[in-house]
Design a protein around this ligand. Structure first.
Ligand SMILES: CCCCCCCCCCCC(=O)SCCNC(=O)CCNC(=O)[C@H](O)C(C)(C)COP(=O)(O)OP(=O)(O)OC[C@H]1O[C@@H](n2cnc3c(N)ncnc32)[C@H](O)[C@@H]1OP(=O)(O)O
Length: 156
């Protein structure tokens, strides 16, 4: 049995995001999964994601944290409500606040691993902490405040 990623369970009309949209051919198409109580995603930076030769661009790292974070928030909200992810009505979260600490230069040529922990979960707000590892070393740490998407942002 294949396990679908959180982002593969987003409704089609929410699949356009540059970081995680399954329908965005030019995007990063990040895929997140549960691993026990943590959420995990892997991503292999491409040459265009270079900061300076040999090192990954920090903006890419922030984007990965952003979309792994909002995906983790949605997954955690479904779990807290005892619902299957993908069931309607969709629980959608957007980024209210994103903080990133760049702990060490992130090498190119490695698969990055993002591990998320749900730090706080309320009906309207989820806080996720995410660590980004390269070759087992923590290179960045992010904290993301995710808030239920306002109805006004829903594509019509
Ligand atoms: C399954 C499908 C998935 C589908 C999902 C697919 C989409 C993927 C999205 C990818 C991620 C993005 O890039 S999203 C795009 C970037 N983000 C945005 O454009 C969001 C723009 N901002 C907004 O629309 C708004 O400011 C919101 C919705 C974030 C917040 O609205 P609000 O009206 O201020 O919220 P409010 O009810 O007052 O606050 C709710 C709680 O959040 C806290 N809070 C509010 N703003 C902040 C803040 N900046 N920093 C810290 N905390 C904050 C409040 O203190 C409160 O905590 P407490 O008192 O309850 O403790």
């Amino acid at each position: 049995m294949t396990t679908l990623a959180f982002q593969d369970l987003y409704p089609d009309e929410l699949g356009h995001c540059y970081g995680c949209g399954k329908n965005n051919d030019h995007g990063l198409q990040i895929k997140s999964f549960w691993e026990g109580k943590e959420t995990v995603a892997h991503f292999e930076p491409r040459p265009e994601h270079t900061a300076l030769p040999g090192y990954v661009y920090g903006g890419l790292i922030a984007s990965l944290i952003d979309c792994h974070g909002t995906g983790s928030a949605a997954a955690a909200a479904y779990k807290a409500n005892g619902r299957d992810m993908g069931s309607e009505p969709a629980l959608r979260f957007v980024t209210a606040n994103l903080n990133v600490d760049f702990l060490a230069p992130t090498p190119m040529g490695e698969t990055l691993e993002l591990r998320g922990k749900i730090k706080e979960i309320k009906e309207k707000k989820v806080i996720v902490e995410i660590t980004v590892f390269a070759k087992g070393k923590a290179c960045a740490k992010g904290s993301i405040v995710c808030v239920k998407m306002p109805a006004s942002m829903m594509p019509s």
